[in-house]
Write a protein that binds this ligand. Sequence first.
Ligand code: PMP
Ligand code: GLN
Length: 378
Amino acid sequence: MESKLPDVGLTIFAVMSRLAQETGAINLSQGFPDFDVSPQLIDRVTHHMQTGHNQYAPMQGVLALRAAIAAKVEALYGARCDPETEITVTSGATEALYAAVTALVRPGDEVLIIEPAYDAYEPVVRLSGGRPVFVPLSFPDYRIDWDAVARSISPRTRCLMLNAPHNPTGMVLAAEDVAALEAVADRHAFYVVSDEVYEHIVFDGRPHLSMVASPMLRDRSFVISSFGKTYHATGWKVGYCLAPEALTAEFRKIHQYLTFATSTPVQMALADHLSTCDDHLTLADFYQAKRDRFRDLLAATRLRPLACQGTYFQMVDYSTVSTEADVAFAHRLTAEYGVAAIPPSVFYHDRRDDRVLRFCFAKHDHTLEEAVEKLCRI
Ligand code: PMP
Ligand code: GLN
């Protein structure tokens, strides 16, 4: 069969996690926490399963959850979203990204993708017949060059894929970034698909600058988040999309035939939890302490950590240790030293390789300590 995605292989997350498993390495590659989900939240899921909430949820999501999301978004970003017409619950952020891009992109449309980019973006754009136009972040400070973004815009530009806090680099938007984007958006008509799944993991007192908080950008944005990151429950695959009514209507046309709905008892439990607990407000401090611990430990190695402003990923420069390509180095690190990491060249269309690796620090301290002990042997 002729492939619709001839250049796509197995995602790096599956590749590295499998290698870690086969070799018994500590898995700091694929991003997932090794902490338990809150027992209260587990209790709520069990409760809703045991009290008969096991059939299809409404297509757009359980209303109580959409209302709880609206309350959170208003409290944090000062933006009012109508749960009926502007919020859709999805089966993870991955589904939301797919639905948003599919709703927007027509054959021949250009889509701006800032690189390194989460690996789901480009294939979805291509499946819709879109043409990705890549704009690199600067290196090693990983900032968006807004002049380069502006120069990449053409009459065919349909949307910008934005991700902040940024996976894999930990970059977080500053007020100047939002102002620069507003200035570009003022001159050109394009939509924004804003992947904000790490919205609650921003460090050093910085705020998360959501697209919903900008009245101008909000009107043209699909804002996507995920409960997986926030509640240490990546396996539950529940996310959501905020968008103005007209965009939400188009988004739901795709969502209804993609998954139709998302797990009912889990949505109901998330609604209970989000409306009664503030765990998301302490997540940044929790992960900042993890980041600091991991960076302190890394000081004993020959690896050099780059800046990390948010997310649970740390980029590490190994250029003084080896000239090997990052994919080869990541494989050798896993097989020979017992620690798995992600080679970020896979997040660039041209496989640009800056001799860095991405480590996930969403792990117990003892896991990080054991991993760094192994990294000290390099
Ligand atoms: N976007 C980014 C930037 C991510 O890191 C992830 C990771 N898991 C996702 C989207 C997908 O989220 P979900 O697991 O909720 O589908
Ligand atoms: N988002 C996670 C990461 O960046 C992985 C998600 C996945 O495995 N698809 O590591």
